[in-house]
Ligand binder design. Structure first.
Ligand code: HDE
Length: 707
């Protein structure tokens, strides 16, 4: 295989091919011996004891007994996808990384998205950071960008990681709560760790509730280095930007989803790829010249800080497309082993003490999780370029190394495999000059823990601020120890006085009286999700509520319009089976009220049809569907008699749903109505626009709507 062939979009796929296995016709043992019966163990007489001789039983049971491996200590619950990455144009001036040179090369990738805190079987939609780990199978070896959906971290030094994780995981005496930070040990720790304040603002924000893995940003978090062919080093921060924009769920919704569909984000990713709606992310970089290292009012080595995008713009350098679901969850998504230390020539580390801590942890944890030192040979982890070294043996060794030489230097194998520091494709560590005393100390340049927390707060829109305050009410409201709640309010008071007062009001502790830290009033618009992409409904899911006697032409016209815009629809009714329109046409119901809920959709549409609407009006589930979608800020459309269902619901008083005679159609705060079905194309256009807005947070009366 030529080098070029080896690195193309399909090279990883081809490499995996020999490992794939179909079900096969005949059931055999692991030795390939055909089995006569797998339903009855071998016994001495039909009612007699089982015989030790039953090799099929023993082998089957032995394998089953060992099917589980330890789950990841953090990021246990994940979802993977294959795809490729393509650079827009060569960035050779910045880095010699081979996969960032040639726009015609599609470098294969495998991505694993994850939650951090919950166990492997926990719900997807919890309030948490999301992992965003990408394995690039490049021509110069495997490069892992092991990032998160938040650009910073809780702690500045890796040595605090075990403490952080112990504090946030379920409490050790009773193993509660699952997949949640809302408990005493976490907030006890945080209230004593002011360096976590910036990250805490992100975790309390809507960023912690992504609508989809396809709609969240990713960040390398640490400052890394790019090294070009001339050996010039620059600082770099990595950003993934979703082409669909960043969008979130609402708190009430995520809690319901955790019960109704704990696989919500996983299913969303899987279905999108199956339907050809391939998730796309742009890779961007913020570059800082080496000589500018100290020009910021924070330290580039401090992982609790961002470089505001307005100060150093993010330069898009390429695009990743995820276009193939894994064949087997365990073999790929579970066994994949990421490591921030997997770098290729052209990408290097900095002295960020958090990053340095990570460099030890990942290999170490994989040793036990994947059962020995040979996990790089597991198909999903294999490099697509050749691997040669003197490593031998160990549990589960796959490679059959030929010859008698496994040491260096040697003469018997002509000195091979050789090292070659002169070759530009060889990884040579950046020769950074370092000097210092051996001390356990934090640099003074790491000591401002509040300015960027304030920057984040200042940059949010009003609805985002409201959500953040409510999140603090929930999280801290669950904390039993009042002194911990108090300490948090005192810390928040150093972020913003008004914010701290609002939090205090909801958690039963006195409001701070003094403004201890003057708000610097700086903002970074890039931090608000209000300023994200809002011009597409691609891959959005719309529920159409209907019953017998619905208006077929309205329903199908809306379906068509939504599909043309890239959204997909599901017909929801009381029961599964078929429903019949006024003019006798039958359509298949996709989901019944018991198998779905408004929380699984981005928007709802109610077509007319007297009989259909009369039936829906009698169904509490239909009314609830409307109320709940309204409360969660979702776009709602109703035409002709469909408007009556809105009037019957609790949203009638909350928005003006009755079109005026002078207005054939109304569209207010994401509720689109028309008494006349003839206006369907205008309704559809307004509805598509309303869905593209994602959510209509400014519905002032939504709090009064029960749901
Ligand atoms: Fe991780 N982290 N981490 N982490 N991390 C792991 O590695 C660790 C940190 C991240 O989908 C573990 O194989 C330490 C920051 C992701 O398989 C473990 C520190 C960021 C994933 C580990 C950090 C991350 C992990 C658990 C502080 C964002 C999931 C299982 C020094 C930049 C990768 C494993 C996947 C997984 C250690 C901090 C991202 C224990 C010690 C900061 C996305 O090795």
């Amino acid at each position: 295989m030529s080098e070029q062939d080896r690195i193309n979009e399909h090279s990883k796929d081809k490499q995996l091919e020999p490992f794939r296995r179909d079900t096969g016709e005949n059931l055999t043992t692991n030795q390939g011996v055909r089995v006569d019966d797998t339903n009855n163990s071998l016994k001495a007489g039909a009612r007699g004891p089982t015989l030790l001789e039953d090799f099929h039983l023993r082998e089957k049971m032995m394998h089953f007994d060992h099917e589980r491996i330890p789950e990841r200590v953090v990021h246990a619950r994940g979802s993977g996808a294959h795809g490729y990455f393509q650079v827009y144009e060569s960035i050779a001036e910045l880095t010699k990384a081979k996969f960032l040179q040639d726009p015609s090369v599609k470098t294969p990738v495998f991505v694993r998205f994850s939650t951090v805190v919950g166990f492997r079987g926990s719900a997807d939609t919890v309030r948490d950071v999301r992992g965003f780990a990408t394995k690039f199978y490049t021509e110069d070896g495997v490069y892992d960008l092991v990032g998160n959906n938040m650009p910073i971290f809780f702690i500045q030094d890796g040595i605090k990681f075990p403490d952080l994780v112990h504090a946030i995981k379920p409490e050790p005496h009773n193993e509660m709560p699952q997949a949640s930070a809302a408990h005493d040990t976490f907030w006890d720790f945080i209230s004593l760790m002011p360096e976590s304040m910036h990250m805490i603002m992100w975790v309390l924000s809507d960023r912690a509730l992504p609508r989809s893995y396809r709609m969240m940003e990713g960040f390398g978090v640490h400052t890394f280095r790019f090294i070009n062919e001339q050996g010039k080093a620059r600082f770099v921060k990595f950003h993934w930007k979703p082409l669909l924009g960043m969008h979130s769920l609402v708190w009430d919704e995520v809690q319901k989803l955790a019960g109704k569909d704990p696989d919500f984000n996983r299913r969303d990713l899987w279905e999108a790829i199956e339907m050809g709606e391939y998730p796309e992310f742009e890779l961007g970089v913020q570059i800082v010249e080496a000589e500018d290292e100290h020009k910021f009012d924070f330290d580039l080595l401090d992982a609790t800080k961002i470089i505001p995008e307005e100060d150093v713009p993010v330069r898009p350098i390429g695009k990743m497309v995820l276009n193939r679901n894994p064949d087997n969850f365990f073999a790929e998504t579970e066994q994949v082993a990421f490591h921030p230390g997997h770098v290729v020539p052209g990408i290097d580390f900095t002295n960020d003490p958090l990053l340095q801590g990570r460099l030890f942890s990942y290999l170490d944890t994989q040793l036990i999780r994947l059962g020995g030192p040979n996990f790089a040979e597991i198909p999903i982890n294999r490099s697509v370029c050749p691997v040669h070294n003197n490593q031998r043996d160990g549990y589960m060794r796959q490679t059959i190394d030929k010859g008698r030489v496994s040491y260096s230097p040697n003469s018997l194998a002509g000195g091979c495999p050789m090292t070659n520091p002169e070759n530009l494709r060889t990884f040579v560590h950046h020769a950074e000059r370092v000097e210092g005393h051996k001390i356990r100390e934090r640099s003074d340049s790491f000591k401002d823990h509040f300015s960027q927390a304030t920057l984040f707060w200042n940059s949010l829109s009003e609805p985002e601020k409201d959500h953040l305050v409510s999140a603090a009410h929930f999280e801290l409201g669950k904390v039993e120890h009042k002194e911990i709640r108090q300490r948090m309010v005192d810390l928040f008071n150093q972020v913003d006085h008004e914010f701290a007062k609002r939090v205090a009001q909801g958690i039963g502790v006195p409001e701070p009286t003094e403004e201890v830290m003057k708000n610097h009033k700086r903002r970074s618009p890039a931090l608000s999700m209000e300023n994200t992409v809002k011009d597409t409904v691609k891959s959005r899911r719309v529920a159409i509520l209907a019953a017998d006697g619905f208006d077929h032409s309205q329903l199908t016209a809306m379906q068509q319009a939504l599909q043309n815009a890239g959204a997909s629809t599901k017909i929801v009714s009381k029961f599964g089976g078929k429903i019949r329109s006024i003019d006798g046409q039958e359509i298949e119901v996709d989901k019944s009220f018991v198998t779905t809920a408004s929380v699984m959709f981005d928007a709802i549409y109610i077509p007319g049809g007297q009989q259909s609407i009369e039936a829906l009006k009698q169904q509490g589930d239909a009314i609830h569907f409307v109320n709940e979608a309204f409360k969660h800020g979702k776009a709602i459309a109703a035409t002709s008699e469909g408007v009556d269902l809105l009037k019957q619901s609790d949203i009638a008083g909350a928005v003006m749903v009755e079109p005026q005679s002078s207005e054939p159609m109304t569209s207010r705060k994401g509720v689109v109505t028309a008494l006349n079905g003839a206006n369907l194309s205008a309704v559809a256009e307004a509805f598509v626009g309303a869905i593209a807005q994602h959510r209509h947070w400014t519905r002032t009366q939504k709090e009064r709507v029960p749901a």
